[in-house]
Ligand binder design. Structure first.
Ligand code: 3HC
Length: 287
């Protein structure tokens, strides 16, 4: 039997957190989004409300709809505000220690029956569950960027997640207009296990001088019908995010296909994170 979800909390107002909060509020849920300081919260709130302004401008939603969404969405700096949430979705930095710290704190705040899920792209979810007293009600709920547009959600089952939790999350994903797929709690789940080595291979091709970035992108767009080429997608997803995902998968599957190429490391070391900070592969030539 599925658990009734009405009130949702999202921790993190970055690219993914804000996209998830927007999606969930649009589907009729009451949503609170948390950030660690006022500046990040303001930026996250602007991401969400700015999307509604954009959609109103395009005539895709009415002013009344936008007002309705805004009415059931708010931000907070205090996780104690999550005490009445039925479901909390963590979308903070891809760092296991930070996630475990957060899960422990949230476990002490949430009601006994509430579900706690992570939007991690590749870290072991069971490790986050291990610091809580609700291991059967912890799972992964992995959205894709841009969350309001992409139709997939990976529901990640740890070795201790209950059937009830999985059924509830599948139903929740469907209520957002998404298609859920269920993956085991192994690094990369389904999509990133295939997508990350593909993007890393594109970087290696470029490193070895086999083709230009533009031609690699054009090849995959026109040759395979992909909406973006690998470099465009790397910039879009985030080079830091891609590096963390590759490292997490490589740690569990030490196969060369998952080893982060030197150029990816150098890009991140140079502070080039992609679209999110305006510096990526697409403007590498400009220095
Ligand atoms: N809310 C609602 N709708 C939005 C939106 C938002 N925040 N942002 C954009 N949209 C809508 C636009 O209004 C537009 O709708 P329209 O076509 O009806 O006008 C539609 O989305 C497409 O947006 P754009 O016109 O701006 O751009 P494109 O047509 O070029 O499409 C794209 C953009 C959907 C991103 C497309 O290029 C694409 O599918 N790219 C591949 C993305 C992808 O592979 N994502 C997965 C990455 S992997 C990942 O996330 C996992 C992680 O763990 C690493």
């Amino acid at each position: 039997m599925a658990i009734s979800i009405k009130k949702v909390g999202v921790v993190g107002g970055g690219l993914m957190g804000a996209g998830i909060a927007q999606t969930v509020a649009q589907a009729g849920y009451d949503v609170i989004m948390a950030e660690v300081n006022q500046e990040l919260l303001d930026r996250g709130m602007e991401r969400v409300t700015g999307a509604w302004t954009m959609l109103t401008g395009k005539g895709k939603i009415t002013e009344a709809q936008a007002a309705e969404y805004r009415g059931r969405f708010r931000g907070t700096l205090d996780l104690a505000d999550f005490s009445d949430r039925d479901l909390v979705i963590e979308a903070i930095i891809e760092n296991q220690d930070e996630k475990k710290k957060l899960f422990k704190t949230l476990d002490g705040i949430l009601s006994e029956g509430a579900l706690l899920v992570s939007n991690t792209s590749s870290l072991p979810v069971v490790e986050m569950a291990s610091v809580t007293g609700r291991q059967t009600r912890v799972a992964g709920l992995h959205f894709f960027n841009p969350a309001p547009v992409m139709k997939l959600v990976e529901v990640v089952r740890t070795i201790v997640t209950s059937d009830e939790t999985i059924e509830t999350l599948k139903e929740f994903a469907r209520s957002l207009g998404k298609t859920p797929i269920v993956a085991k709690d192994s690094a990369g789940f389904i999509v990133n296990f295939l997508l990350i080595p593909y993007m890393l291979a594109a970087i290696r091709m470029y490193e070895h001088g086999m083709a230009s970035m533009e031609d690699i992108d054009t090849g995959m767009k026109l040759g395979c019908g992909y909406p973006m080429g690998p470099f465009e997608l790397l910039d879009y997803v985030g080079l830091d995010t891609t590096l963390w995902a590759a490292e997490a998968i490589y740690k569990e599957f030490p196969d060369e296909a998952y080893a982060p190429p030197t150029l990816l490391r150098r890009m991140v070391q140079a502070g080039r994170y992609g679209k999110k900070n305006g510096k990526g592969f697409w403007n590498l030539d400009e220095g």
